[in-house]
Design a protein around this ligand. Structure first.
Ligand code: BGC
Length: 920
């Protein structure tokens, strides 16, 4: 370079550097309180505030923050933090910053904003956000519980628990200009709320289900804009949900019923002049159970007679003289809590693929996808015409619905037309798991344009995308996506179709972790963790189903142990330590309970119930027509898990400030490890227990195998898969949770890849080959006996989704700096795959990883969010084999070469987008 040019060049670089520094744009976005966006009611008095940083520069790190919280928007605008002004706090913490201001009280509104300082400049103040506190105390609910604690003559409280919906209404006057009006509502089992004829909110099937004997969730709405001066009307419809539960007389000792639908309503109107008015539930309301919803039952469906509609019932001026005075009813036993997890919503609407006539006046509608939700229908006909919709997941060979796997769930909606104009209807208080609908009684010929499939699940962000060059992996991922969302129903249920739909714990122990890559499920699982805590008996026992609508206290190890696994997931994926602290004592109580009752003097835990639930029959023929619900309890499983849980307890103790408990856990773990090896290790086979895949996987992944046997046991695992199983898995619900990671972490990602892409039985691909659009309950779901054979269960996903993200895409949180504060990016560039494109919205922002390879090179583009770091593993012999954005690694901006780790170069990068190229 000539010297003049050189000077110009350096000047340019200087200007660039300087301008970058001084004009660095650091934005703050996504402000949340208790992980919710502007929540209208929380009942947490030390809420945690989080925000995300963004900016174009690489390597952005927060060095300090300042949070201001004010009691009014105006004060906040003037930076007047009358509730809290943190001042400038030197810290890199940008999530879960605990509010530390004026004591929070019921109904308080809090407005907040934040600014940050970073190594790349400072931000301006963020946009403002807010949260409000709910009603903290029982005596702040001034209304009374109202409803009708009895069936009506047309109800049928026998097997199918048919009960008509209850309608309640009240008119009231707004006398002065309103500043704000808020409704606090508990409507059990399910409610729909209307003001002046207009539905409030887009939630459906609200509130989320709980064990109402333990706690009842209330919802809060700001209805300022829905009220008008003068007369107003509020109307509420109550459905059964799980309060007046399904099959309540079937096995009363097992199935929990709570009573008849009821509500508590508390509305506070704050006038602009500072005075207040209240509208409260009491016997000045009017009610009827003689409306159009004749019956609503989650298993059996909804029946609606449009001729019985009561136009204007939720508006002012309706003549309710024939309505009844509601009764003061039995108050639910549970405590009242603000609902901190979003309600369900119609999250997607899909058009049917076809409607085919299969008989006189009988049609089969195909949605093309197994969903959980319902159909919205448009129809025109005469008053009294009756359309019946029956739902099923699959068809029989003769084209008829296959309903045997629904057991006795009728899964049937009935709509009776009022006649005349076009009528559009969808049910309110039920959902179905289905792909096919049999339509009968439809006036005229139904077409795909008359129906819409409504996909219903908890309102949450889809946080993950994932695509590879392999179509089977992609389709299994897509099926998982559908399966997971279908089974989120304010709690994670096992299946959405048959007469079950219960939140079985074991199905989600590892599942919740994999799911968290695809969905922002933090609040759902935090709520579930609380539910699990509520299910604990005085003696420490925990139910296998939680909320325990089915009471199963079987003292099983692996189902209740999900308590620990969910707590761990929330910490690992979301850096949320509070659930661990809050549940530590109850978890420990359960651990002690299991130890005291079931650990023998040889340190073997003797109690298990389900074994490796639903292992695949050896061949598809061997399982044909057979029931899958055989239980094979195994001491190896309960002992291995207890050992694994002790490891978690150690971690939980440290995180909860209970370090003094650690020694006890370690000591016991050591004894168990010895006892386990004494009892189960088969020296001559280098395997454990029955020397089956699950037994060896558990021993290995849970750290029970002594170092010196490690390699041999792993060889046994490989041998079982490749030789005994001819390249297939042979694991059920338990073993599959450890399978993919065990193979990959021990150097055989190629075998994991083989399992992930298999299409022969048993495999995920086999399900796809046989028409699955979600994930089956059973590996042999197409031939097993129907009563245990759901086509939409997620338990067999095991650790597959975790493997997709952590090992194929290389998006994993480090365990030390959880919640993706430090990201471990170590993809397996497996033979057979040409590309992987994945992204994940972490609590810090988007992480992405996109790699592709040709014969000689691999290109890898990745994104690391601000205020995090990533350890990046590149399979290259030395740093000189790698370039980043076209420049040699050592010249690359923001890339720090650490050292070689085996065949991989280990780099550290800060936030930003990077583009690596290296030779294969
Ligand atoms: C459920 C499973 C559950 C199992 C345990 C089945 O009926 O559908 O998902 O975990 O029972 O017994």
């Amino acid at each position: 370079m000539k010297s003049k040019n050189r000077i110009l060049f350096f000047l340019g670089v200087l200007i660039l550097l300087f301008s970058n520094y001084s004009y660095a744009q650091i934005q703050i976005q996504d402000l949340t309180c208790e992980h919710l966006t502007n929540p209208l009611a929380i009942d947490v008095l030390e809420p945690r505030l989080s925000w995300q940083l963004a900016g174009d520069e690489r390597g952005i790190e927060q060095t300090a923050y300042q949070v201001v919280v004010a009691s009014t928007r105006e004060k906040l605008n003037h930076n007047e933090g009358d509730l809290w002004n943190s001042g400038k706090v030197e810290s890199d913490q940008s999530i879960n910053v605990v509010y530390d201001g004026v004591e929070l009280k019921s109904k308080m509104d809090c407005f907040w904003k934040v600014k940050v300082w970073t190594n790349k400049g400072e931000s301006t103040w963020s946009e403002s956000a807010n949260w409000s506190i709910g009603l903290l105390f029982y005596n702040e609910w001034w209304g009374r519980w109202i409803g009708f604690d009895r069936p009506f003559p047309w109800d049928d409280n026998s097997f199918h628990s048919r009960l008509s919906a209850r309608y309640l209404r009240k008119e009231f006057e707004v006398k002065k200009p309103i500043k704000q009006a808020k409704v606090y509502l508990m409507g059990l089992g399910l409610y729909e709320l209307y003001f002046n004829g207009q539905k409030i909110g887009d939630q459906v099937l609200a509130p989320v289900p709980t064990d109402y004997d333990e706690n009842v969730k209330y919802n809060v709405f700001d209805v300022t804009d829905q009220l008008k001066s003068g007369d107003n009307a509020v109307g509420i419809i109550l459905g059964n949900g799980r309060y007046y539960t399904m099959r309540q007389h079937y096995k009363p000792y097992k199935i929990k019923n709570f009573g008849f639908p009821k509500l508590m309503f508390h509305m506070e109107i704050e006038y602009e002049d500072g005075t207040k008015a209240y509208v409260l539930s009491n016997n000045s309301w009017k009610g009827t159970a003689d409306g159009p919803i004749l019956s609503n039952n989650e298993y059996d469906g909804e029946e609606y007679d449009a001729r019985k509609e009561m136009p204007g019932w939720n508006k002012v001026g309706f003549d309710d003289k024939d309505w009844l005075e509601p009764e003061y009813v039995q108050v639910p036993n549970g405590t009242f809590e603000a609902q901190m997890t979003p309600n369900m919503k119609v999250m997607e609407s899909i058009k049917p693929v076809s409607v085919t006539m299969i008989g006189e006046d009988r049609y089969i509608l195909d949605l093309g996808q197994n969903i959980a939700g319902w159909m919205k229908m448009t129809v025109q006909g005469d008053a009294g015409d009756t359309v019946q919709l029956r739902f099923a997941e699959v068809l029989q060979d003769n084209g008829e619905l296959f309903t045997a796997n629904l057991r006795d769930a009728k899964a049937t909606d009935i709509y009776i037309l009022k006649g005349g104009e076009k009528e559009t209807w969808e049910p309110r208080f039920v959902y179905h798991g289905f792909q096919f609908v049999e339509i009968t009684g439809y006036p005229g010929v139904p077409t795909v344009d008359d129906f819409v499939g409504q996909v219903v699940y908890d309102e949450m962000e889809t946080t993950g995308t994932f695509e590879t060059s392999n179509p089977i992996i992609n389709q299994v991922f897509k099926n998982s996506y559908w399966g997971i969302r279908g089974n989120y129903k304010g709690m994670p249920v096992d299946c959405p179709q048959r007469n079950e739909r219960q939140p079985w714990l074991g199905d989600r122990s590892t599942g919740c972790y994999g799911e968290s890559f695809i969905f922002g499920n933090e609040m759902l699982y935090s709520k579930w963790l609380d539910d699990i805590g509520y299910s604990q008996k005085e003696n420490g026992a925990i139910s296998d189903v939680v909320p325990n609508f089915w009471r199963y206290y079987s003292d099983n190890m692996t189902w209740p142990g999900t308590y620990l696994m969910v707590a761990d997931m929330l910490h690992r994926q979301y850096a949320d330590v509070r659930p661990i602290k809050e549940h530590y004592q109850s978890i420990k109580k359960w651990m002690d309970y299991m130890k005291d009752r079931y650990m023998n003097e040889d340190y073997i835990v003797t109690q298990d119930r389900y074994g490796d639930w639903c292992v695949p029959p050896v061949t598809i023929e061997a399982g044909r027509g057979k029931s899958a619900d055989k239980k094979h309890p195994r001491e190896l499983i309960s002992t291995a898990y207890y050992y694994y849980y002790l490891g978690l307890m150690e971690k939980f103790a440290l995180l909860s400030g209970k370090g003094s408990d650690v020694a006890e856990f370690r000591d016991l773990a050591q004894h168990i490890k010895e006892g386990f090896n004494r009892k189960f290790y088969l020296t001559e086979k280098a395997g454990y227990g029955e020397n089956i895949l699950t037994d060896n996987l558990l021993a290995l992944q849970m750290g029970l195998v002594p170092e010196e046997n490690h390699e041999a046991v792993f060889s046994t695992i490989v041998d079982i898969i490749l030789n005994r199983n001819n390249g297939h898995l042979s694991t059920g619900l338990i073993g599959t949770q450890w399978l993919m990671r065990a193979l990959t972490e021990n150097g055989r990602a190629d075998i994991a890849y083989q399992l992930a892409t298999n299409t022969t039985y048993p495999s995920w691909g086999y399900m796809i080959e046989n028409g699955a659009t979600a994930i089956w309950e059973l590996w042999n779901g197409n031939t097993a006996a129907p009563h245990m054979n759901s086509y939409n269960h997620v338990m067999m996903l095991g650790d597959l989704i975790i493997w997709d993200y952590e090992h194929l895409a290389g998006i994993k949180s480090s365990t030390e700096n959880s919640g993706f504060k430090e990201i471990v990016m170590k993809p397996e560039f497996v033979e057979g795959l040409n590309f992987v494109n994945a992204s994940y919205q972490s609590v810090y922002g988007e992480i992405s990883s996109e790699w592709q390879k040709d014969r000689s090179t691999i290109e890898w583009k990745l994104t690391v969010p601000a205020n995090t770091k990533a350890k990046v593993y590149i399979p290259a012999k030395s740093a000189t084999d790698i370039t980043e954005s076209g420049v040699e690694l050592f010249q690359a901006n923001g890339v720090n070469y650490l050292y070689q780790e085996g065949a991989r170069a280990l780099l550290e990068v800060g936030s930003g987008e990077y583009y690596f190229q290296f030779k294969r």
